[in-house]
Structure formats: C-alpha cells, structure tokens
Ligand binder design. Sequence first.
Ligand code: GLC
Length: 395
Amino acid sequence: MIEEILRKKAINVLEKNQREFSGNLYTVPSPETYPHQWLWDSCFHAIAYSTFDIKMAKRELKSVVNRQFENGMIPHMNYWDNTQKFVDIKWGTRDTSAVTQPPLVATAVWKIYEKDKDKDFLEEMYEHIRRFHKYLINYRDSRGHGLIGIINPDESGEDNSPRFDSLLELPPKHTMEENFSKRLELVEKYKACEFDTHDCMRMLFWVKDVPFNSIFVSDLEYLAKISKELKKGDEEEILNRRQVIIDAMRKRMFEDGLFWSIFGNSHEKIKVRTWHFFAPLYAGILNLEEAQKVVYLLKDEFNCKYSVPTVSKKEESYDPNVMWRGPVWMNVNWFIFEGLKRYGFKKESEKILENTKELLNISGFREFYNPETGEGLGAKDFTWGALILDMNMEQ
Ligand code: GLC
C-alpha cells in the first residue's frame, strides 16, 4: 500500500506533464528537460496510468505506436511539437528518432487489459506489437544467433552506462560531454549508413545487452498472453521465440552464475558490473538457486542506504551522482521489484518498495537519486516515480 499523499503526487506529476498535439495525447517525462515522447517512458506511464486512468493509459500507447516505421521499428522519440526546444539533434529523421528503445509495449498493454478486459484495445495494439517484435527479430538478429543487438547505447535506455565505455573507447572516468559526443558520432555514422542496421551499423556498435534481451523475453511472454486471449493462433510461435532468446542468453552470456552483455561477431563479454545482473530475474530466466546467488548481490556490492544503485560500488566507474553510472532510477527499481516478487523474495522486494517510497518522499519526483544520500538529481518533475502506483506486494 502506498500512502494517499504519495499516490496523489504521482498522479499529479503525470497529469501535469500531459500534452496534446494534433489529436495525440502523450506525457512528457519532464517539461523542462525532456519535452517529447519517448518509447519506454510511455510504457512506464501507461503502466502507472492503468491504475487510475485507463483511458489515458490507452491514449499514451496509441500515440507511441502512431509513428511506427514501415519496417516495424518503433522510434525511441516522437517529436510531436517540433517547435519545442530540445538539444539540437534529431537522432536521424525529422519527426522521430531513428533508433529504438527496450520493448515494453506488450507489457503495458497487458497491464491495462488486466484491469478492464477490453479486447478491442488488445486487438488494436496486437499488430503494432507483433510488427515491432518481428522488426527486432529480423533486423536486430539478422544472423539468427537468437539475441537482439542494439546499435547505440541510447537504445538500451541507459545512455551513458559504463557497460558501453570500452566500445566507445572511453575510460571509466570521463565527462558527460565526451560521452554524449561519442553517442552522437554513432548517430552520424548511422545516417551515413543510410539507416542500414544489419549490413553497416553492426560493424560500428553491436551490443547484445542483457536488459534489452531480458525485457524482450518478458514482452514476448506478455504478447503470448495477448495472442491467446485473441485466439490468434501464434502463441506457440511467440513462446518458442522467447525460448530461443533464453537459450542463446545462456549459451553466450552466462558465466559463473552471472549474465554479461556481449558485443561484436566474437560475442565477447563486457565485464562491467551493473544492475543488469538482476534483469534476468525480471524475465524469469534463472532457476531458484541461480536467483538466490544474484539476489545476494543486493546485500553486497549493490548495498547502499537507498536501493538500488545502477552500478556496483566495486566498479571504478561508479559515481553516485552521474546518470546511469551509479544513481538509483525508478524504472530499475521497478524491474528488480517485479523480478524479486516473481521469485517470491518477499523481504528483499519489500525493502525496495520501502526505499522507493522513501526516496520519493524525501526528494520528490526526480530523474535519478544519489544512492548514498538520497538526494534527487537530474531532471525535475520527472514521471518515472509514478511507477510506484504499480508497485504493491500482492501477487
Ligand atoms: C534519458 C534516459 C532515457 C529516457 C529519456 C527520456 O535519455 O536515459 O532512458 O528515455 O531520458 O526520459
């Protein structure tokens, strides 16, 4: 249970950030810092909205799929209102970016469906999701190894995570500007490649990331449920694909009880210790014994006054104040919370829930938080804390 006052604050931040543009209703993650629509943000919003405003939850997802590409890709940014100021980049095309973000649309759609059993909405979203998933399979696993590749750190949603440092040729300590310019260089190269992902881009940056693949495994599980509900007849095919990814993750990413992101044609492991260790819990990929070992890390190198730091304290790159290089993020807490609940780790999930509430209570709705002091950092009036509305101990 969350306190009524916190619930109201969460609802308020979402409602304040709602925008409408030519009939498209969506929510900006932060009015000052992020005045557009982002793919995984909108899924988090829809999950939160589903607890109090089903209509808006649906509108949010409808607008996020509105500019889906011919080939099925859903762009990570929609610039509805182009007059809005934003950092002066377009990430590829005029109305949208040309890269994507982790697939959570089926997840959000199912959370909505659980509440109102509206089959028309399921039907409307089903094709969009199926096409997006097929895009990921066809274009991002063109050699059929079973794993999905990302072509820019931003596609992971964790823009400057130290998991990507070595591939960007950056040392463990560097400035935000250095990091950003490397990521933008990749976008420029992508344009020069004429947005050809599998023949050109995969030579430049090609990471099979643990969270992205875990989130996809989970989204496929939700799509299978949707398919079953709609009697589409492809539930088995969807679940088979899910298994293909799980098998490939085990074969190529797993070592001594931990999953590691891999890169390039050689599938080399990126040995950087981040919260991604917990992503397979969210996807239900581990057996109980394996899960226990991973959960132990929460008491060890990921143990901070405020859970859960996104990077292990053991890492040279760990910095409690810099974006994806240490601070707590609410979506990561949500993923880990869901994973712990799935495996029945009651005490641990309760702790994360308590910590999440505490951070929101002491520092408000911010983009990320210092795990040692609880200080709120980054963008203000940031929406992801509203995921608290979906975090409860009931199964
Ligand atoms: C930052 C985050 C990314 C998010 C975007 C909008 O770039 O790293 O995950 O989607 O902001 O909130």
